[in-house]
Design a protein around this ligand. Structure first.
Ligand SMILES: NC(=O)c1ccc[n+]([C@@H]2O[C@H](COP(=O)([O-])OP(=O)(O)OC[C@H]3O[C@@H](n4cnc5c(N)ncnc54)[C@H](O)[C@@H]3O)[C@@H](O)[C@H]2O)c1
Length: 253
């Protein structure tokens, strides 16, 4: 079976960055794509990019950490695109700080978007995958899961998503559903641009400095991650489950 079978895919945080590139890539694979982000109007660019190339996409506004909004968003996807059998939990935020300066609110925000959000979205979508006897779940982890100064909240959430992924793989495998995690290193997006601003560096200098530490000597682009996600969501990846793939231009220590 080819990877081009029409299936409905949901990508969260898809208004920009890795999520937008993933939505566009999955649409190019023939998927009808629900582009979910906090603000429906912010999803317009991604949806237009997909429809301009002859694909099918739907913009949906939802906060993935809000149970009622997630239920409503998935119901709308089912109604307007069809039952989702591919889910990419990509929505994410940073609230970096050293432990002694980190507020409870910055801890909770990061846990809520990454962990609660992935849990709520996966719980809402899994029944359609079980009914179809087919499903592909990809969670966005990070190289920060291995530990990163100033990111005690984010690294805990991203490591948590690896455990979440492996447990999903074990629980859902018998229904034809796979779950994998993609763990990017440095990818050039608004997220890393904001980090550059926070540390007082120009984005180009920040990227150049990061590139010197990466074996392939460049930072990643959103499409580098989208390519890995396209593999995991393909029909041909049915025997690959519970894995964490670092997309980081080299191995990590
Ligand atoms: N950029 C990197 O270097 C990098 C590295 C490793 C992992 N990641 C992860 O990849 C994912 C995408 O990152 P990015 O760099 O494209 O970030 P980004 O900030 O460019 O995009 C994230 C998107 O998620 C959306 N979002 C945030 N909170 C949301 C919520 N509660 N509900 C719905 N949408 C929400 C934002 O509005 C935004 O459109 C994140 O999970 C991030 O942690 C990024």
């Amino acid at each position: 079976m080819s990877t081009t079978e029409q299936r409905v895919a949901v990508v969260t945080g898809a208004a920009r960055g890795i999520g937008a590139a993933t939505a566009v890539r999955l649409a190019a694979e023939g998927r009808a794509v629900a582009v979910i982000d906090l603000d429906e109007s912010a999803c317009k660019d991604t949806v237009e990019k997909i429809t301009a190339s002859g694909g099918q996409a739907l913009a949906v506004g939802a906060d993935v950490s809000d149970e009622a909004q997630v239920e409503a968003a998935v119901a709308r996807v089912v109604e307007e695109l069809g039952a989702p059998t591919i889910l990419v939990n990509n929505a994410g935020v940073l609230r970096d700080n050293l432990l002694f300066k980190m507020s409870v609110s910055d801890w909770d925000t990061v846990m809520n978007v990454h962990l609660r959000g992935s849990f709520l979205m996966t719980r809402a979508c899994q029944k359609y995958m079980v009914d179809a006897g087919f499903g592909r779940i990809v969670n966005l982890s990070s190289s920060s899961a291995l530990g990163n100064r100033g990111q005690v909240n984010y690294s805990a959430a991203k490591a948590g998503l690896q455990g979440f992924t492996k447990t999903l793989a074990k629980e859902l495998g018998k229904f034809g559903i796979t779950a994998n995690a993609v763990a990017p290193g440095f990818i050039a997006t608004e997220m890393t641009k904001a980090t550059a601003e926070r540390v007082g560096m120009g984005f180009e200098d920040f990227k150049a400095a990061a590139a010197t530490q990466i074996p392939v000597q460049r930072v990643g682009e959103p499409e580098d991650v989208a390519n890995a996600i396209a593999f995991f969501t393909g029909d041909a990846a049915g025997f690959v489950s519970g894995q964490v793939l670092y997309v980081a231009g080299g191995p990590l220590n």
